[in-house]
Design a protein around this ligand. Sequence first.
Ligand code: SF4
Length: 353
Amino acid sequence: MNTTSNKYSKASIEIPTVTVPAHPQWPVLSPEEEHDLKEKIKTLLKRENGVLVAHYYTQGVLQDLAEESGGCVADSLEMARFGKEHSAKTLVVAGVRFMGETSKILSIDKRVLMPDLKATCSLDEGCPYDAFNDFCNNHPDHTVVVYANTSAAVKARADWVVTSGIALPIIKHLAEKGEKVLWAPDKHLGRYVQNQTGVEMLFWPGSCVVHEEFRSVALQRLQKLHPGAAVLVHPESTESVVAQADVVGSTTALIEAVATMPNKEFIIATDASIFNKMRQVAPDKILMEAPTVGEGATCQSCANCPWMGMNSLHNLAEILEQGTNEIHISKELAEKAKIPIIRMLDFAKNMKK
Ligand code: SF4
């Protein structure tokens, strides 16, 4: 365990060391082989009464397949909402474990399968239930708000679940009610939300191994070379990188920015697999990865989440064929975890109205 002193909290918090896996290497397929495998998966989806939902950070070929086969590619919130509303009896979730769990929580009677159950997330792994529960118990006067990138058990301990797309309005809403917030697990997103709202917050010291790797000095150099480029940053990035952004937002917001901003060039600080969707919505724009090199660089991910990379056509076909890798959550836990998720979904619905 790492002991991290959280300057925003009165106590130090113990978080586990997260081992980041190597990027999986998948066999390279010829166009014909890829086509055949995709057709096989489409047939299996029909056989299993299934629908494929994929995250923007998975391989482009999976994102395309999800859309071609009547599923969707989206952010984690939309993935779960889509799965809940779809009539399919089997949801096949190409993403990371908490996404499969959220889908199961919202659709407890459906079968949820994932290509690889070991595909987790540094935020989820860095926030184990017992330690988090202690943290909450030590601060009973705080409203507990957790990011979607958490286990079902951590969600069940929370008052609210939020995604990066809706964190700001929900925290503003809590501030208006005079509430103090205990935030977990992403310290960078938490700090961004606090800077924007001025709310009194305690932070769990977790971070995303992808977004934490973007380097501000190298980004400044790239900006000098491309003065007309808009810088788009996901708020899980460090404060110095966020400070250089023209747009800070969720995956959906960044895709929208590429489609609607007049700039020809974009420097993007989020997982590079999102370029697949960005190229679809803005084929004439030039997209550049924000740099992950420079002082203190580790390049454990190099702008590609290794856990998201565990999803491929190969293991997707395999689990559909064999009906393996099912997500199981007890009804009791799902009921508890559903409450703060539904609170967020209702809040989002009211905002739209
Ligand atoms: S990109 Fe970061 S937040 Fe998303 S799944 Fe990977 S480690 Fe988790």
